[in-house]
Design a protein around this ligand. Structure first.
Ligand SMILES: *Cc1c(COP(=O)(O)O)cnc(C)c1O
Length: 213
């Protein structure tokens, strides 16, 4: 078994039923082929150009996820094949995704990205913006979008309490709406904080560096 498979197996043993999405950004096709050879099919990228290129060169049964900020003018290129968009961070983007999904006769699955970190530069709806969006039932007006839950990134810090509190906050936002809206995906946790994320109720991890280390 190659090193990449060993890393994946070890993470899987630790996380139980939580779904693992392998973050393949900046990695070569050879590395992705190794992940594929271990039987893994869920890959995530944060740039549209990179996803399009890799998709052309790799097996067709890979399930691609987008986890980075998605510009509206790139939506058209990804809708025909993308499995899950984690990083929906504006109403404008929801509208564009709905429009393109309609053209493709597809119900696009998405997550709403929530800004939970202290860092200003991170994207996402604030909790207040989420409450607004949910209170007027706007989401259900998008006929070709199926929202599955929330995604968030904790502050990049060694202070575990900060990270844990941010994850707790995201989980409680999620719990507030999950049952009524049939949500079942809470995408939180990366290489540096996935153990805390699992303890705090994550259902989906996005892990890159740890797998290729
Ligand atoms: C890069 C990235 C990850 C994975 O980060 P690692 O530390 O390499 O595990 C997860 N989520 C998002 C949004 C990313 O951009």
């Amino acid at each position: 078994m190659n090193r990449i498979c060993e890393n994946i197996e070890q993470i899987r043993r630790e996380i139980g039923n939580v779904q693992l999405v392998v973050v393949s950004k900046f990695r070569s096709n050879e590395e992705l082929q190794q992940v594929y050879a271990c039987g893994h099919r869920h890959f995530a990228e944060n740039r549209v150009q990179e996803i399009l290129r890799k998709r052309d060169e790799l097996p067709g049964d890979i399930q691609w996820h987008i986890i980075g900020h998605l510009q509206t003018n790139k939506v058209k290129q990804v809708i025909p094949f993308i499995h899950l968009i984690h990083s929906v961070d504006s109403v404008k983007l929801l509208e564009k995704i709905n429009e393109e999904a309609k053209k493709n006769d597809k119900i696009q699955e998405v997550l709403l990205q929530i800004h939970i970190a202290q860092e200003e530069h991170k994207y996402g709806f604030t909790p207040d913006e989420l409450h607004n969006l949910m209170s007027n039932d706007q989401l259900s007006s998008y006929s070709n979008i199926s929202c599955k839950g929330l995604m968030g990134m904790a502050t990049f810090t060694d202070e575990q309490d900060v990270v844990r509190n941010e994850f707790k906050g995201l989980k409680s936002l999620y719990d507030r709406y999950a049952e009524d809206h049939g949500w079942n995906v809470l995408s939180m946790g990366m290489s540096g904080d996935y153990e805390i994320a699992v303890e705090e109720g994550s259902t989906m991890l996005r892990i890159g560096s740890l797998i290729f280390a």
